[in-house]
Ligand binder design. Structure first.
Ligand SMILES: Cc1cc2nc3c(=O)[nH]c(=O)nc-3n(C[C@H](O)[C@H](O)[C@H](O)COP(=O)(O)O)c2cc1C
Length: 156
């Protein structure tokens, strides 16, 4: 087990989850650029989390020391690459859920999405339909667990 004490054991950890709409459908190069800069900065600021992209929509969880998370959220909210930034959940947490990921990234398909907890089966599943509060947070945790399963070596 890896214990992350880089924030100091008593540092107050905080988490924020939001959904937004990209200003335009982003291609792979744009997403790659966004991610590599984000990961570099997150590493410096002790931020970890998960970014989900699905047909122009973003869903992101950021976690870390409270002030760093708040500051990042303010910057993200002002970023012209997306709009309708909608806060789904925020609050203190006792430990990180994404401690090994300076920013995990996933592009789920529609079927993956409609199977997530709290989602009503719909013809066009949308990240904007993520429920508010704790259920919205749980959506990210389910995606995390799916990712970990997909990464796990087969067999053995
Ligand atoms: C969907 C989305 C997710 C982002 N995620 C992060 C992130 O995790 N970390 C980060 O440093 N910047 C992230 N950014 C970029 C920030 O919005 C911003 O450009 C960056 O923090 C630099 O801000 P500054 O110019 O105010 O310093 C993201 C932007 C978008 C559109």
């Amino acid at each position: 087990m890896v214990v992350d004490n880089s924030q100091g054991e008593d540092a107050a950890l905080y988490e924020m989850v939001y959904a937004s709409l990209a200003e335009h459908a982003m291609d792979e190069a744009e997403l790659r650029e966004l991610l590599s800069r984000a990961r570099e900065a997150n590493e410096r600021h002790g931020i970890t989390g998960l970014l989900v992209y699905h047909e122009r929509e973003f869903l992101q969880l950021i976690e870390g020391e409270r002030d760093a998370v708040k500051r990042l959220y303010d910057a993200i909210e002002r970023d012209p690459r997306h709009e309708r930034v909608d806060l789904i959940w925020e609050g203190p947490v006792r430990r990180r859920s994404f401690q090994h990921w300076t920013m995990g990234f996933v592009v789920p398909d529609g079927k993956d999405l409609s199977e997530l907890p709290g989602f009503e089966p719909a013809d066009t599943p949308s990240l904007a339909a993520v429920p508010k509060g704790e259920p919205g947070r749980r959506v990210l945790m389910t995606l995390r667990d799916q990712l970990i399963r997909k990464d796990a070596p087969r067999g053995g």
